[in-house]
Design a protein around this ligand. Structure first.
Ligand code: PBG
Length: 310
């Protein structure tokens, strides 16, 4: 293998901190390999003017350009947030490693949930976050807010919002943990499938690189995201459906809880299942059927016709 490995990612501060998180253990484990970082401009970065509602109609808006650079050989590793990566793998690519998950929770910045006054305004454009928030607090209103994490925090202040919802993992990675007023409980506010997990993607034929990246692999996180992503795939969901899911390994079993919520928050459908670790894919599928049996399809088809950002 050539002794240089080029890692491609978005150019945002968050993406750059993810690259550092990825490279630190690799540089330690392979002092003889040179690791380089290359920034790939994505459609999501380029289009600052259009509302992401239109952009997000194209799934994988953040990931596509990075995958193209990977397949063209401009980079050797494509680094994504796994929750932004479509569940159908792109031909010629594979996920080489699933590193240990960071904090999976969503975070309220600006107020606690209970501390929000009646009718408060909360910044988020994500259908899942809007739906789940309305289910817990029907009195609240949501305001779409987009952009990278630091600008979202700034906009929330400029717009005088009472709070904004962001992924805790992103805030931790940016060194902005102090902005978190409340990390929302996993059970009542299930995160996006694979939230907090890095997606480390390579070309299928990069066998040596695959071996090298296996140092980063965390088997429990891998089982968990397999279950969460197979659930999402079975529901034909992308990043803009109101599906929350979280799986973890406890006492040698894999547990999955999932929730589909109508956009107005009035209907909440839940499924909880456990299985042996090697049945992760099946756990996701069975849980999806549990949700569909309870009428999830109607909520999902309505939500699919109302594209929005995550
Ligand atoms: N949708 C954008 C996005 N993609 C990944 C993260 C950070 C969390 C993660 O790594 O899963 C964020 C920001 C957010 O949702 O607040």
């Amino acid at each position: 293998m050539s002794k240089t490995v080029v890692v491609g990612s978005r150019g945002s501060r968050l993406a750059r901190s993810m690259v550092r998180e990825l490279l630190e253990p690799l540089k330690r484990a392979y002092p003889g390999v040179v690791f380089k970082h290359k920034t790939v401009m994505t459609a999501g970065d380029r289009d600052r003017t259009t509302d992401l509602r239109n952009l997000a109609a194209t799934p994988g808006v953040f990931a596509k350009q990075i995958e193209i650079a990977l397949l063209a050989g401009e980079i050797d590793v494509a680094l994504h947030s796994l929750k932004d990566l479509a569940t159908t793998p792109t031909d010629g690519t594979l996920l080489a490693a699933v590193p240990l998950r960071a904090d999976p929770r969503d975070a309220l910045c600006g107020s606690t949930l209970r501390g929000l006054p009646h009718g408060a305004r909360v910044g988020t454009g994500s259908p899942r976050r809007i739906a789940q928030l309305k289910a817990l607090r029907p009195d609240l209103s949501t305001v779409p807010i987009r952009g990278n994490v630091p600008p979202r925090l700034r906009k929330a202040r400029d717009m005088d919002l009472d709070a904004v919802i962001l992924a805790a993992a992103g805030l931790h990675r940016l060194g902005l943990s102090q902005e978190i007023t409340e990390a929302l409980d996993i059970e009542s506010f299930p995160p996006s499938p694979a939230q907090g997990v890095l997606g480390v993607q390579i070309r299928k034929d990069s066998t040596e690189l695959h071996d090298l990246l296996s140092t980063l692999h965390d088997q429990s996180t891998d089982y968990a995201v397999k279950a969460e992503r197979s659930l999402l795939a079975a529901l034909h969901g992308g990043c803009s459906v109101p599906v929350g899911a979280f799986a973890d390994v406890r006492s040698g079993q894999l547990h999955l809880s999932a929730q589909v919520t109508s956009l107005d928050g009035t209907t909440v459908i839940r499924a909880t299942r456990s299985c042996a670790l090697h049945d992760a894919d099946d756990l996701g599928k069975q849980s999806a059927y549990d949700l569909l049996d309870q009428g999830a399809e109607q909520i999902l088809s309505t939500a699919r016709e109302t594209p929005s950002n995550t």
